[in-house]
Design a protein around this ligand. Structure first.
Ligand code: FAD
Length: 464
């Protein structure tokens, strides 16, 4: 156990990365203070209580997280006037958590004798006139097993060699039949990137390998994402840590190559260690770049994220055979970066066990991958919206008859940093002494939520 007085830590950001790091560091005996500029916990994995939400709060939450709603049925004004979101718990957009992290999150929580209950699903594939569920039959698995196993259980040394090999090249080498389909669909959903030339084979198999740890491939927390943040916040506060909301950090104080603390509300506060979990591309808005080596600054500024068009459909009816299941789909030749686009439609959220929709209503969440610039382009978004609607209609042909409302949030910072060949992911340790970065943009296992959580675990296990 460290001596508290010597180990004061400021964590910037109360998303999943900041909260996980906060809980683990409190347990190690550090004196943890978390500063969050929003009035809510959760960052991009934000949970919104539709009953209390105003249209202005909703738009503000979207804008603060690089999202907007280009389409909705009816229009947003009417949705709020008619209180159509009452008794729904919404996220900013589609969220399902990659399987491996369910055990990772519960690994963290189990250290505090806590856990979160998840709904879990295998993943099916949508066709225009039927669906396969799960996507891979037992016979398929036996046929492709040798190749999959070779890649999944390759040594870290081999994976490092595969880091610079694109999935396009891997498909050319191994991709026949279903194996081709797995490589082109799974690699896209795992990375939220459609362009197979940009996806790294090494990264894809590291993430894929993590999915085989202990749970089904995707999960959704009962009660919504908010249940995760609330639990972590309770742990932090009951272990002596503090979380300050509406607390924008204006400056990271650095002197002689060492972090000294932060500035908040114009006041300097001194800490032994500072951890930043905001978007890496925004770090130099609050840290003086002249204190960092030039190549590091250039690398951080050059990082690009990923985008998506999401959709939430509230329906009065969903066929029993698809409730609780999650599906992939692939749309060919649709002219986006990578030409084919992959998306998912999830009915775990439509299960009454998810507890995120009022009785008798079914919330269906879906998303379609695009680039950050496509996520801002109305013409592309219209095309993507039609693809989302079309694939839902393949599963529920008359869904429009039972539609209460639909919203289509577009996001251009889904993943902080795309795990692609051309993006160099920074390490957790920075060139500044006692200053660390965590979140979904750093070099840690997995993508999105997974990467954020794993980066915090890595920070605590390897650096502090
Ligand atoms: C619409 C959408 C859908 C997604 N779907 C999925 C999915 O299905 N599966 C998945 O794994 N991932 C998904 N993601 C990604 C996932 O939500 C993120 O990877 C994860 O939530 C990032 O957590 P984080 O803690 O690293 O960063 P963030 O959640 O971004 O948290 C950083 C926090 O730092 C705060 N902050 C920044 N600067 C300052 C400052 N100067 N002072 C104080 N506070 C500051 C921010 O306000 C923020 O709350 C999705 C993201 C979005 C937006």
């Amino acid at each position: 156990m460290v001596t508290k007085k010597n180990k004061s830590i400021a964590i910037i950001g109360a998303g999943i990365a900041g909260l996980t790091a906060g809980a683990l560091l409190c347990k190690k005996g550090y004196d943890v203070s978390i500063f969050e500029k929003q009035s809510t916990l959760g960052g991009r994995a934000l949970a919104l209580n539709g009953s209390n939400l105003t249209i202005d709060e909703y738009k503000k939450a979207l804008a603060s997280n690089n999202c907007f709603v280009p389409f909705s049925t009816p229009d947003l004004q009417t949705i709020f006037e008619k209180k159509l979101f009452d008794n729904y718990y919404l996220d900013l957009g589609y969220h399902a958590i990659g399987g491996g992290v369910l055990s990772n999150l519960n690994d963290v929580l189990s250290e505090f004798n806590e856990s979160i209950e998840f709904l879990e699903s295998y993943v099916g594939l949508i066709h225009s006139n039927h669906y396969d569920f799960p996507f891979l039959s037992k016979i398929d698995k036996l046929k492709i097993l040798p190749n999959i196993l070779r890649l999944l259980f390759a040594s870290e040394h081999t994976l490092q060699k595969l880091d610079s090999i694109s999935i396009t090249e891997t498909i050319n080498r191994y991709g026949k039949g279903k194996m081709k389909h797995i490589l082109e669909v799974f690699s896209r959903t795992i990375t939220t990137v459609n362009n197979l030339d940009r996806i790294s084979t090494g990264e894809m198999f590291r993430a894929q390998r993590n999915l085989y740890r202990g749970s089904k491939p995707v999960g959704y927390p009962i009660g919504g994402l908010g249940s995760i943040h609330e639990k972590l916040a309770e742990i932090i506060e009951s272990h002596g840590g503090s979380i300050h909301l509406d607390a924008n950090v204006e400056k990271i104080l650095i002197e002689n190559g060492r972090v000294k603390g932060i500035e908040h509300n114009g006041k300097k506060q001194f800490f032994e260690t500072v951890v930043y979990s905001g978007l890496l591309q925004h770090l130099f808005r609050i840290a003086d770049e002249s204190k960092f080596p030039e190549p590091y600054v250039e690398m951080m500024k050059s990082l690009t994220g990923t985008g998506s068009l999401c959709a939430y459909y509230s329906l009065n009816d969903v066929p029993d055979d698809i409730i609780g299941k999650t599906f992939h789909f692939i749309e060919r030749d649709c002219g986006v970066d990578g030409n084919d686009a992959v998306g998912m439609i999830d009915f775990m959220s439509a299960s009454s066990d998810s507890k995120i929709a009022p009785n008798g209503k079914f919330l269906v969440q879906s998303y379609l991958i695009c680039t950050p610039s496509e996520a801002k382009d109305k013409k592309t978004l219209e095309k993507l919206k039609n693809i989302l609607d079309l694939n839902l209609s393949y599963l529920i042909s008359d869904y429009k008859k039972s539609l209460n409302w639909a919203i289509y949030p577009s996001v251009w910072h889904l993943d902080g940093v795309a795990k692609t060949i051309d993006n160099k992911k920074p390490q957790i340790q920075t060139p500044i002494e006692n200053f660390y970065v965590i979140g979904d943009g750093v070099k840690a296992m997995g993508i999105g939520f997974n990467c954020s959580l794993n980066s915090s675990r890595k920070l605590v296990d390897e650096y502090l």
